[in-house]
Design a protein. Structure first.
Length: 255
């Protein structure tokens, strides 16, 4: 497992609250070898870090996709040993990208436990601008996107205004939607329509129609890889190589 930039500092109770699971679940995952052991500190207290939190999120997402624990074990065994919390978060995003959108309802106290800190109204606004949290008509109920919430929590202390976050989100949505539109058009015009015209068996036509399901994660991974490489080049051009190091690694931890 890769070494995060932050020292392990979460107790098992704090890790469970941040991840939205029980302490019993964490200990069960540890006994199955799905979660690395904590760093033992003073008084023999185990401490967990960002890598543990990201790995827990990935395990939960794989379970959400219907994978058994044995299948998850095999999946994690194939991952490189030096993956950082950032790399694991990308893996989780790739796994979740072809799942139906999901949201949860949480109280303010539950939201703060998930984020790991007290939140003021400005924090809620910033999380809202990221799409991670949405206020509801009830005064103490919030709709949260679990995946975006974990990422948003890491950005709360970054000095970026809500206007900048909203502008960045608009750019991302606009261009990803455009890419999705063009890729769909390409599949329809070059693959689907010609196949339907020359194929008469309804079963084979239906099989082709459902091809988008297994292809989608491959397309998403290709888009993420292409975006990371493009971002690295842009950062190098704008700020020099030192500032581009954070975008160097691909989804599997390799350049």
């Amino acid at each position: 497992m890769g070494t995060g930039t932050e020292e392990p500092r979460l107790t098992v109770d704090e890790l469970a609250a941040r991840a939205g699971v029980t302490v019993r679940t964490i200990r069960f995952y540890s006994t199955r070898g799905l979660l690395p052991p904590p760093v033992i500190g003073p008084r023999r207290v185990g401490h967990y870090g960002p890598d543990h939190l990201s790995r827990l999120a990935l395990i939960e997402e794989l379970q959400h996709q219907g994978m058994t624990l044995s299948a998850i074990e095999r999946y994690l065994e194939r991952l490189p040993d030096d993956l950082s919390a950032h790399d694991l978060a990308i893996h989780r995003a790739l796994v979740a990208s072809w799942a139906p959108d999901s949201a949860e309802t949480a109280t303010r106290a539950e939201l703060e436990r998930r984020v790991g800190r007290a939140l003021d109204e400005e924090d809620i606004d910033r999380l809202g601008a990221m799409g991670a949290v949405r206020r509801t008509a009830a005064p103490d109920a919030y709709r949260i996107d679990p995946g975006l919430l974990r990422l948003g929590a890491q950005l709360l202390d970054v000095p970026i205004t809500c206007d900048t976050i909203l502008a960045a989100r608009t750019v991302l949505i606009e261009h990803t939607r455009s890419a999705a539109h063009e890729l769909t058009r390409l599949f329809r015009d070059e693959v689907w329509d010609p196949y339907r015209e020359r194929e008469s068996d309804p079963r084979r036509i239906e099989a082709m129609r459902t091809l988008s399901a297994p292809v989608q994660p491959l397309v998403v991974q290709a888009l993420v890889t292409a975006f990371q490489r493009s971002l690295t080049e842009e950062l190098r051009a704008a700020f020099g190589t030192a500032d581009a190091e954070g975008a160097e690694r691909g989804p599997h931890g390799a350049p």
